[in-house]
Design a protein around this ligand. Sequence first.
Ligand SMILES: Cc1cc2nc3c(=O)[nH]c(=O)nc-3n(C[C@H](O)[C@H](O)[C@H](O)COP(=O)(O)OP(=O)(O)OC[C@H]3O[C@@H](n4cnc5c(N)ncnc54)[C@H](O)[C@@H]3O)c2cc1C
Length: 234
Amino acid sequence: MNFLILYAHPTRSSFNGKLLDVAIEALTDAGHTVEVSDLYNINFNPVAGKRDVTHEVDNGFFKLQIEQNKAIEQGTLSADIIEEQNKLLWSDFVILQFPLWWFSLPAILKGYIDRVMTVGFAYGGGKWYDTGGLSGRKAMLSLTTGGPEQSYTERGINGDIDSILFHINHGMLAFCGFKVVEPFIAWSAAHVGDEGRQEYIDAYRNKLQNIVSEPLIQYPSLADYDPKTMTLKD
Ligand SMILES: Cc1cc2nc3c(=O)[nH]c(=O)nc-3n(C[C@H](O)[C@H](O)[C@H](O)COP(=O)(O)OP(=O)(O)OC[C@H]3O[C@@H](n4cnc5c(N)ncnc54)[C@H](O)[C@@H]3O)c2cc1C
């Protein structure tokens, strides 16, 4: 399988960088092909806007989704977006490797979603969820946290991690058509000591060795929703 890893940490020698190394090695050893987009290293521009398209904007009124659609039709998306879209099309499986920042993605990775997962490519015109533009592929979050696991439970001070990650797993990945694999989380990576970090490294390697059969997060399918109200049928 073709794996694309989106790496979003400012420091390559961080613990996130170690998890990236583990993934490259484990997946390659298992016979997969791995491509990495190291977003800080390529100086990825995360700010969506007029520079995302190379065509003239009618009347000077810029609305991102309209211009993204036009750019897809005319082939006028900016080169950096096309390059990343081609990597996504090449991939069978996308891994997002990042530290949890403000309960979410680092801005550089959120900006990747804003700019690369364009309307007309990843969603829109009838493409969403099961029929999303990237359907037929899988995706998985691999993240580190500052807070410990107990603090990310229903009764924990930060709240349940599945709810916190829902906007990424469901709102970004499943929305664009990916089947989403249960995340890998290295809790409190800076505070668990070398032994704790080695356990994370071993657990992640194990998960990657069996990645093809790793459990998916179960979401209802489009057919489970009333098409008028977009709520679950009785
Ligand atoms: C803007 C911002 C917002 C944040 N928001 C949140 C939040 O909402 N929730 C939350 O829980 N946390 C939050 N944090 C904390 C953040 O999630 C953690 O700092 C991060 O996950 C730690 O991962 P790291 O890769 O940066 O660790 P590092 O600091 O790189 O590494 C952690 C430890 O691993 C060791 N290490 C590094 N490299 C290796 C290696 N190659 N092999 C073995 N050990 C190694 C290091 O010695 C270090 O002690 C936030 C941080 C920032 C900056």
